[in-house]
Design a binder for this molecule. Structure first.
Ligand SMILES: Cc1ncc(COP(=O)(O)O)c(C=O)c1O
Length: 373
């Protein structure tokens, strides 16, 4: 298999562990093992007894029960765990797509949501999010682009990189379109539970449609990327079976300590989500002020959900050059939109981390000098 490099990961590989200020990361503030174990009396003692043998391929049963509580119609037998969301995306495309199949993918997108399909030889239609309409999608575009060889619709809501989120009305219409054309819906929901307005919470795709696959992970809303625990939830037994067969050739099973920690974290999900949502909300206020101050340099569409937003650089500079200038001169890491194959005038900003105020101050000082404000 030949696959193009993952542009974002290569860029992060160069700067992520060198730059002192992360202002482009997509995940929320993390927790230590100690903090997770402190959620429950006796958890530390039990954790130290964790056996380090192979585990069940599907994922620890008690963990899958906790994951199932995030859904309404799927139970733990319809949850299957992976090493992060990334492994699930890779397997999904390998089991359900063949050369010549057509997919329609919400765009801009996290690269693997189309790149794995591209490497398989699929035909890809990018379903454009409309920046001048708060990054909304046009459902007529979707309907018009469904063809006899269309196999899958791929969406990601709350969205990386734009911070957009489907309205309930559009979400239900999307499900109806997928159902009426008998298409598989792959719904990347890794930023779920970070909706700024609780009225914007959506039912998971897997609860609404039996040919939908919902993708979840501990990395983003829960801030626990180091656990490498992700999962799919689907009512579809046939799809589930094929996922299981493929995982035997990738990771076989998950890491036992990670499963234990993920289970404890999910039992205490309300506390973790409340903390992360409050970080996101207070950071967003600072970003609103920042982008108001620099409204001649950036155009900001305020995200509806998630921990990332996509701003337009109005100066005409190339976003990659701009971000490299920023990271090399003031240590603040932003993510250029070029890494999303999305022109050269956008920048992804992440606001799930506690030290955003410090990072933003550094950027402010740098920009004041650069543009002599
Ligand atoms: C939309 C989306 N899906 C999937 C992933 C992969 O998640 P993980 O790194 O936990 O495998 C990411 C990571 O950035 C993402 O943004």
């Amino acid at each position: 298999m030949k696959i193009n490099p993952f542009k974002l990961e290569r860029f992060f590989g160069k700067y992520e562990f060198k730059a002192p200020y992360m202002l482009g990361s997509s995940d929320c503030e993390s927790l230590s093992i100690k903090e997770i174990l402190a959620f429950e009396p006796g958890a530390e003692k039990n954790f130290l007894k964790t056996n380090l043998g192979y585990t069940e391929s599907e994922g620890l049963p008690l963990l899958r029960e906790e994951i199932a509580k995030l859904y309404q119609k799927v139970d733990s037998s319809h949850i299957f765990c992976f090493a992060g969301a990334q492994e699930a995306i890779f397997i999904f495309m390998n089991i359900l797509l063949k050369p010549g199949d057509h997919i329609i993918v919400q765009f801009p997108a996290y690269q693997s949501l189309y790149e794995v399909a591209n490497s398989i030889g699929c035909e890809i239609t990018e379903w454009p999010m409309l920046e001048d309409k708060n990054w909304e999608l046009n459902l007529d575009f979707l309907e018009k682009n469904i063809k006899p060889n269309t196999k899958v619709i791929i969406v990601n809501t709350p969205n990386n990189p734009t911070g957009a989120h489907f309205s309930k009305e559009k979400w239900n219409k999307l499900i109806e379109i997928a159902r009426s054309h008998n298409l598989i819906l792959f719904s990347d929901e890794v930023y779920r539970f970070l909706e700024l307005n609780p009225n914007d919470n959506l039912m998971a795709a897997c609860d609404l449609y039996d040919k939908a696959i919902s993708l979840g992970v501990m990395s983003k809303s829960f801030g626990l990327a180091g656990l490498r625990i992700g999962w799919i939830a689907t009512q579809n037994d046939d799809i589930l079976k094929r996922f299981k067969e493929f995982k035997d050739f990738t990771t076989i099973c998950n890491s036992a300590p990670s499963e234990m920690l993920a289970m404890i974290a999910l039992k205490n999900k309300d506390k973790i989500l409340e903390r992360n949502l409050s970080i996101v909300k207070s950071n967003l206020k600072l970003l609103d002020e920042f982008f108001l101050k620099y409204s001649n340099i950036f155009q900001w569409v305020r995200p509806k959900a998630g921990s990332i937003g996509f701003v337009r650089l109005l100066t005409g500079e190339n976003s990659e050059k701009f971000c490299i200038d920023v990271v090399e001169n003031c240590g603040v890491l932003l993510v250029p939109g070029t890494l999303f194959n999305y022109g050269s005038s956008h920048i992804r900003v992440g606001f799930g981390r506690k030290n955003l105020p410090v990072a933003l101050k550094q950027l402010d000082l740098f920009l004041e000098k650069k543009y002599e404000k």
